[in-house]
Design a protein around this ligand. Structure first.
Ligand code: CTP
Length: 314
């Protein structure tokens, strides 16, 4: 295959790189367009050595050392497994930098579950897709990203990942990580209520079941008390126009932005791949018409970047 490029690529990835590719790159003898670009000085370059036995050979290790010294990012194969494409992509984003470079962003996602007894819980319909899209987008804009995920099956490569189940576990994780973060994006659907007592054993049908609930502690509010300088983004899911509720939450929760969406509309919000939101800040609201959650995430992070710049100028 002949590779024709109109412009120099932003990054080069050799995956999997055979031992002969490693040798050629290490010694500046590019063969073919990609290797020639490397030899000509195109960076950043990510090398994923072929996970075969010859990797242990001293000559191969020496070539890898040379490439490392020349500034290549090397993915060392672990337990013979090739790295996940997502992990490679995350590394490329970090190498390339971006508008959020130097920022540590904490994202919560998913939906918390509160135990009723040893087998039952009360939860919500959040799939975690919106939060994961934000985490991925923040990574691609150069940020360091931590995710606190409540009951989310998927894993996001390239981020620090903490799994939680209940609102109390989520709050504990967020309180600790918020202290090390520049921004918190609270996309998780956090239980507003939890059973007053969680029963240790399974309740039998014949016993009957009625559950009393108590309101949970507001995580955003408690994080704000401890971290007055943290940039915080909250969410507001409402039936009907979300802007008034989002404006109210901006003040009552002490957050810098609120992302509001109307969950009565079909095909957006919980579980869907699309969303339609209003990003409400101190100077007004930006409407984001129905779009993929990835695109919506981009707008949310653009607004975050704009607001942070404004805060710094104040
Ligand atoms: N949230 C939180 N702690 C809770 C409940 C919610 O930090 N115990 C966060 C959510 O993650 C979301 C925002 O607060 O970012 C709004 O959540 P929502 O449930 O809509 O708001 P509430 O404060 O519970 O108010 P209400 O249910 O009355 O609208």
């Amino acid at each position: 295959m002949v590779l024709e490029l109109d412009e120099t690529p932003h990054a080069l990835v050799f995956s999997p790189a055979s031992v002969s590719t490693l040798a050629r790159l290490a010694h500046g003898m590019g063969e073919g367009p990609a290797e020639e670009l490397y030899v000509a000085g195109a960076h950043p370059t990510i090398v994923v050595p072929n996970a075969d036995a010859t990797i242990e050979h001293p000559a191969v290790l020496k070539n890898l050392e040379l490439l490392d010294r020349d500034g290549c990012r090397i993915f060392w194969p672990t337990s013979g497994a090739e790295p996940w494409a997502g992990e490679i992509a995350a590394t490329i984003f970090k190498e390339l930098g971006g508008p959020l470079q130097g920022m540590r962003i904490l994202v919560t996602t998913g939906g918390t579950r509160e135990p009723i007894d040893s087998v039952r819980f009360v939860g919500n319909r959040s799939s975690g897709k919106m939060g994961l899209a934000i985490a991925r987008q923040a990574l691609s804009m150069g940020a360091e990203v931590s995710v606190v995920a409540a009951n989310v099956e998927a894993r996001e490569p390239g981020v620090d990942w903490v799994s939680v189940e209940t609102v109390d576990e989520l709050r504990e994780a967020v309180v600790v990580l918020a202290g090390e973060s520049d921004a918190l994006i609270m996309a998780a659907a956090v239980s507003d209520f939890k059973p007053t007592t969680a029963l240790k054993e399974k309740v039998r049908r014949r016993e009957g079941l009625s559950v009393e609930f108590v309101a949970t502690e507001d995580v955003l509010k408690s994080v704000r008390e401890e971290n007055p300088g943290l940039f915080m983004v909250g969410f507001a899911a409402t039936h009907g126009d979300p802007v008034p509720d989002a404006r109210e939450k901006l003040g009552s929760k002490g957050v810098n932005l609120v992302v509001g969406n109307d969950i009565s509309q079909k095909g957006i919000g919980f579980g869907a791949d699309e969303n339609e939101v209003h990003v409400v800040g101190p100077d007004g609201a930006r409407f984001v018409p129905r779009a993929s959650k990835r695109e919506v995430a981009r707008v949310i992070l653009d607004e975050l970047e704009i607001e942070i710049k404004k805060e710094r100028q104040r």
